[in-house]
Design a protein around this ligand. Sequence first.
Ligand code: SF4
Length: 147
Amino acid sequence: MKKVAISACLLGEKCRYDATDNKNEILLEQLKDAQLIPFCPEDFAFGSPRPTMDLVRTQQEDKALSNLTGEDLSGPITEYARLFFDRHSKLDLFIGKDRSPSCGVCSARLYDEKQNLFSSKEAGLMTKEAKKRNIRCVDAEDFKGSI
Ligand code: SF4
């Protein structure tokens, strides 16, 4: 059975910033023969509901900054990602919720430090960790049904 890491909100977990989900029945039907391993770095680190965050390019690196306080929230997200991929080392695929600053694969928005949109084709912080480990990654909206 193929092992697929997947954003928990796509499975119906109410872990979005506003404590709602992104349940995707069509996607779940396509994945019915796979072993699904859900993750949600933001819910784990900050709970739900929580303030939103943006991915921002700084001089050092791309960071997730709170839209409420400007605080750098990257550390707990990256730490969660490292532990998750250490624990689940033989994944066939990573499916991330498109446009999320944590889980987007080729769709996260990246801003500069003056809040100008820099790109809308970036990887979120959890996805960056998956890519570092050479795990095949796809945005949920781009998944075509084959693993
Ligand atoms: S997109 Fe990722 S961080 Fe956001 S709610 Fe879904 S699983 Fe959690």
